[in-house]
Design a protein. Structure first.
Length: 162
């Protein structure tokens, strides 16, 4: 049974953009994800890459890949997401988002799993630094013993603009 007790996103480097305001139409972002999680008695190390593009001011669409290793079974995740950043002022941006995720599980005991979810939080931008924190709700489309029906976890973001 899934028991993710902690998910720490240590560093998410994103928003490698040449524009002063990364939330403008046409801006692009690249990200690196590092973290850890536990499922039952298994402890995983997480590494991932992501890319996003702002289709209109404040609205990004993105694609990400994560690899969970150092536990059994190996898990890979492919995520399609959309996030809308609301301009509160020059420095603060509340955000809301939706995502769909496909998990590939390297085990004969478990099938691959789909999930979907929402996220909401607050992003703070100062000079070339972006800090963000929010909550993520993820619902699994599975009744396998490896995962609960859903989970809620903290999302932390640190970004640098170039």
């Amino acid at each position: 049974m899934l028991s993710i007790k902690k998910v720490f996103l240590i560093v998410v480097l994103m928003s490698m953009s040449l524009q002063a305001d990364i939330f403008l139409q046409g801006s692009k972002g690249l990200g690196i994800k590092l973290g850890s999680a536990s499922i039952g008695s298994e402890n995983y190390t997480i590494a991932g890459l992501s890319a996003n593009y702002f289709v209109v001011d404040g609205l990004s669409v993105g694609l990400g890949y994560e690899k969970w290793f150092s536990g059994t079974p190996d898990i890979s995740k492919l995520t399609l997401e959309s996030t809308y950043y609301i301009k509160a002022n020059e420095d603060l941006r509340p955000y809301v988002g939706l995502f769909y995720r496909r998990m590939f599980i390297s085990s004969d005991l478990f099938d691959d799993i789909n999930s979907y979810g929402t996220k909401a939080g607050l992003a703070f931008m100062q000079d070339r630094l972006l800090l963000g924190a929010g909550l993520v709700y993820e619902k699994y489309d599975s009744n396998q013993r490896l995962f609960n029906d859903s989970q809620t976890y903290l999302e932390l973001t640190v970004g640098f603009m170039f």
